[in-house]
Design a protein around this ligand. Structure first.
Ligand code: SF4
Ligand code: SF4
Length: 158
C-alpha cells in the first residue's frame, strides 16, 4: 500500500516536472514572447506606470530655485507627520521681514505615498517621483532635506 502510494507520487512529480519543462522549452525557442522583466538588469529599460509614487521630491530649476513658500500646507495635510517645515524670516529689499522656507524635512520611512501633500501645495513646489530603490543600512538616511543647499524661492512666487 505504502509502496503503491510512493510510486504514484514519484510519477506525479515527474509529470509535474515535465509540464514545467515544456513551458520552459516553449519560451526558450520563442524569446520574444517572454514578458517577465529581470530586475535589476532591466534598470535602463524599466517602465513604471504613470501613477506609481516612489517618494516626495522638490524640483529645483537651473538657478537652484524652488517654488516653496514655507506655508506649511503640506505639513498640515500629511496624515502621519512625515513632513516638517522649518521656516525663517528673510528681509526684502524694502526692509520688510518675509517668511521663507529654511528646511523641508521629509521622513521617507514614514511616507505612505498618499499624495495629499502634493495636492495641498498651492504653488506646486513638490511632486511625487518614481524612485523606488530606497534600501539603506542606516535608517537615519531616510530622513531627507528636500530643499537643496543654497537654494531659494523663485521670484514671483507668493
Ligand atoms: S505622500 Fe502622504 S504620507 Fe507622504 S508626505 Fe505626502 S501627505 Fe505625508
Ligand atoms: S511645499 Fe508647498 S505646501 Fe509645502 S510648505 Fe512649500 S509651498 Fe507650502
Amino acid at each position: 500500500m505504502f509502496l503503491k502510494k510512493y510510486i504514484s507520487e514519484v510519477f506525479g512529480a515527474v509529470g509535474s516536472l515535465l509540464r514545467g519543462m515544456r513551458t520552459t522549452g516553449w519560451y526558450f525557442v520563442r524569446p520574444k514572447e517572454i514578458i517577465t522583466q529581470q530586475y535589476p538588469d532591466n534598470r535602463d529599460q524599466l517602465k513604471l506606470a504613470e501613477r506609481f509614487r516612489g517618494e516626495v521630491v522638490m524640483p529645483h530649476d537651473e538657478h537652484n530655485e524652488h517654488a516653496c513658500t514655507g506655508c506649511t500646507a503640506c505639513e498640515l495635510a500629511c496624515p502621519n507627520g512625515t513632513i516638517k517645515i522649518i521656516t525663517k524670516f528673510d528681509v526684502t529689499p524694502e526692509g520688510k521681514k518675509k517668511k521663507a522656507l529654511d528646511t523641508f524635512v521629509y521622513h521617507l520611512e514614514l511616507c505612505t505615498m498618499c499624495n495629499l501633500c502634493v495636492v495641498a501645495c498651492p504653488t506646486d513646489a513638490i511632486k511625487m517621483a518614481q524612485n523606488f530603490e530606497h534600501s539603506v543600512f542606516d535608517r537615519s538616511k531616510l530622513t531627507k532635506k528636500l530643499n537643496l543647499p543654497g537654494s531659494k524661492i523663485r521670484e514671483g512666487i507668493e
